[in-house]
Write a protein that binds this ligand. Structure first.
Ligand code: 5GP
Ligand code: ZN
Length: 133
């Protein structure tokens, strides 16, 4: 898509610190500089989010996620967190599907698990609502 910032990065029209790239995906540093090594992994094909991502494209993205995660362990990190927002109600700000990857080290002081509000809805009600046939 012409005006999409991540499509422009994938086409090398907008600069980014490109960590890895293949025919279908790329991985580059997030501009936010909020954590050492914060990266984004995207499909080169424009899809808005996980919700409209076809299985083949998702497979390509996850293969790159695995490749980058393994690479992080060779660069001295001990693990990674993966984060994704799909939909504006979930906090997605750039409407081109992306996985955030945060390399982790013991004692790095990062709290990447959100504090959630809790719920009084009984588990059985939630189960009946969400169980898949
Ligand atoms: P979201 O809020 O959609 O899950 O994440 C979007 C991410 O894209 C944010 O972390 C933001 O810092 C990053 N971002 C937005 N614009 C650019 C850009 O032009 N270049 C890079 N490298 N990252 C960007
Ligand atoms: Zn795009």
């Amino acid at each position: 898509m012409e005006s999409c910032i991540f499509c422009r990065i994938a086409r090398h029209e907008t600069p980014a610190y490109m960590i890895a790239e293949d025919a279908d995906t790329c991985c580059f540093l997030d501009i936010a500089m909020d954590a050492e090594g914060h990266m984004l992994i995207i499909p080169k094909k424009h899809v808005s989010s996980l919700l409209d991502c076809d299985e083949e494209t998702l497979g390509h993205v996850l293969q790159m996620v695995k490749r980058v995660a393994d690479h992080c362990t060779r660069c001295g990190y001990g693990g990674v967190n993966l984060l994704n927002a799909s939909g504006t109600c979930a906090g997605q700000s750039v409407p081109h599907f992306h996985m955030h990857l945060l390399p982790r080290k013991s004692g790095d002081g990062m709290d990447t698990w959100p504090t959630l509000p809790g719920t009084s809805t009984p588990l059985l009600d939630v189960y009946n609502k969400l169980k898949m046939e």
